[in-house]
Design a protein around this ligand. Structure first.
Ligand code: IMO
Ligand code: MG
Length: 479
């Protein structure tokens, strides 16, 4: 009781500081939620991952997709790229240009941590040509190889190295050490070409070094100083809990810490000053390989699908009547579940309360922000409440998910699509104005995870988000 009381006081005190992370396997709409919350924030700091992420923001009718730049840039806020971000300078400038092209002004400080690791051309070649890309279905952005170099401590190139005079020699030495690997993936034809390859990499990166020099600094010092002086801050996660390199569904995970604790460790800040908001898409999706117990249909069929395919009325009826493959396709198409980074179709599934309960525990989630719930309108749903394998049942999220079958709860959730006027009314009137079936689903999610909801997003648009009475009403479910 006392612990809860203290936690509530802390939360109230630091209301504006929040960590925003994903609950499932990524692509939950973290970009939209961070963008929304950024309005009340002085700083937005990205704490993990690299340009394997794709964060889409829709504001003023314009869509911006960011891969490494924190979402706060769109609102002219101070942005920081933390020391455990894998930094691809080419993507950074493309993101930046994209923000400007969409008509937004970049007003704030841009801080890139000197300790961050630089994604080099050879990381991308090794990722694309290596075993992981096929076996794990990586984004081929060089994430695994750059993480490996970080851990090696000898073949790493940090932002500090990038802006230091020894860059050319360092690249040469690293490429020399990797020559055999680079020949194996055909990035270079023969060992004798290694030096030429290194020179080309240097020639490409040296101009970036000059351009980013004014942004280079220390997140630990700048962010802590900002907090001490009363500035408000959001910590933006990429990927998600179930893709976390420690707690996720290994080996089908990314190479960084995606959890709330990862934010503290990676940025060097005190998590007690932050509330923890996990973005949970109303249905899970997954790109790449790995078990997915509540998957609707299968990955092989999904891979053949193109963005924009529509379902006939008969197919929709079959989906409603129980054809899971069609239901999965319908959600994928309505939800535009095609990668913002790679364009790959995403696998879709029924809501999974076992996975969310695990996420709530791992991250110490204070509040859920539910996104894309509008996509489920008109589609009958059930939710996973346990897993089963060889006659054994568990409500724990197994380390090795393979072979575990979902056990669904008895309840089916259904609501009809909301008209535009109803959506507007819900935004204005708050939680009580949401459809009954939707509220039943939210209630069961809250009870299963012992965690309330603070936001319900009904559209990619910043404004179409229900916040009024959401926390109050969903906390009542927990009494
Ligand atoms: P956002 O931030 C969804 C997945 C890849 C692959 C696995 C490993 O947009 O939610 P990697 O290239 O990281 O070595 O690939 O992780 N993955 C993501 N899936 N959203 C992301 O980011 C992801 N970043 C990586 O598909 O299965
Ligand atoms: Mg993504």
């Amino acid at each position: 009781m006392r612990k809860t009381y203290i936690k509530i006081c802390l939360i109230a005190h630091f209301l504006m500081n929040a960590v925003v992370i994903g609950a499932y396997w990524g692509d939950e709409g973290k970009g939209k939620i961070v963008d929304m919350l950024a309005a009340n924030s002085d700083w937005v700091a990205r704490f993990n991952g690299g340009d394997n992420a794709g964060h889409t923001i829709v504001a003023n009718g314009k869509e911006v997709v960011l891969h490494v730049v924190p979402a706060g840039m769109v609102q002219g806020k101070n942005v920081a790229i933390g020391p455990d971000v894998f930094f691809n300078p080419k993507t950074f400038f493309a993101d930046y240009e994209g923000v400007l092209k969409a008509g937004f002004r970049v007003n704030g400080r841009i801080l890139i941590d000197e300790r961050a690791h630089v994604i080099m051309p050879y990381h991308i070649a090794l990722d694309a040509g290596g075993e992981a890309s096929g076996k794990l279905g990586t984004t081929k952005r060089g994430i695994g190889p750059v993480a490996k170099d970080k851990a090696s401590r000898t073949e790493d190139i940090t932002i500090c190295d990038l802006v230091s005079p020894g860059l050319r020699e360092k690249i040469k030495a690293v490429v020399a050490a990797k020559t055999a690997e680079l020949v194996a993936v055909k990035a270079i034809e023969k060992a004798a070409d290694a030096e030429k390859y290194a020179e080309a990499a240097y020639a490409e990166y040296a101009p970036y070094a000059e351009k980013i020099r004014p942004y280079v600094g220390s997140c630990a010092y700048e962010l802590n100083a900002a907090l001490d002086s009363g500035k408000t801050m959001l910590l933006e996660g990429a990927q998600s809990t179930l893709l976390d390199v420690v707690h996720g569904t290994r080996p089908y995970v990314t190479s960084s810490n995606c959890t709330a604790g990862g934010a503290a460790a990676n940025l060097g800040i005190d998590l007690r000053k932050f509330k923890i908001i996990a973005v949970v898409k109303a249905y899970p999706t997954r790109v790449g390989e790995g078990a997915f117990p509540s998957e609707l249909g299968n990955y092989e069929d999904a891979k053949k699908e193109k963005k924009g395919e529509t379902l006939t009325a008969a197919e929709k009826k079959n989906a409603v009547d129980g054809d899971q493959g069609l239901l999965g396709k319908w959600i994928r198409q309505d939800g535009r579940e095609f990668g913002a980074t790679t364009g790959r179709p995403r696998r879709t599934g029924y809501p999974d309360f076992v996975a969310l309960n695990y996420s709530a525990m791992i991250n110490g989630v204070d509040e859920w922000a539910i996104t894309k719930i509008d996509i489920l309108s008109g589609k009958p749903l059930k939710a996973v409440v346990a897993y089963e394998k060889d006659g054994r049942k568990t409500t724990r999220f197994p380390f090795k998910l393979e072979g575990w079958k979902p056990v669904y709860g008895n309840r089916e959730y259904f609501w009809n699509a909301m008209a535009e006027s109803e959506i507007k009314a819900a935004v204005a009137k708050g939680y009580d104005a949401l459809p009954g079936g939707m509220k039943e689903y939210i209630r069961d999610l809250v009870i299963a995870t012992k965690t309330p909801v603070s936001m319900v997003s009904l559209s990619p648009e910043r404004e179409i988000t229900v916040t009024k009475d959401v926390l109050k009403r969903t906390m009542e479910y927990l009494r």
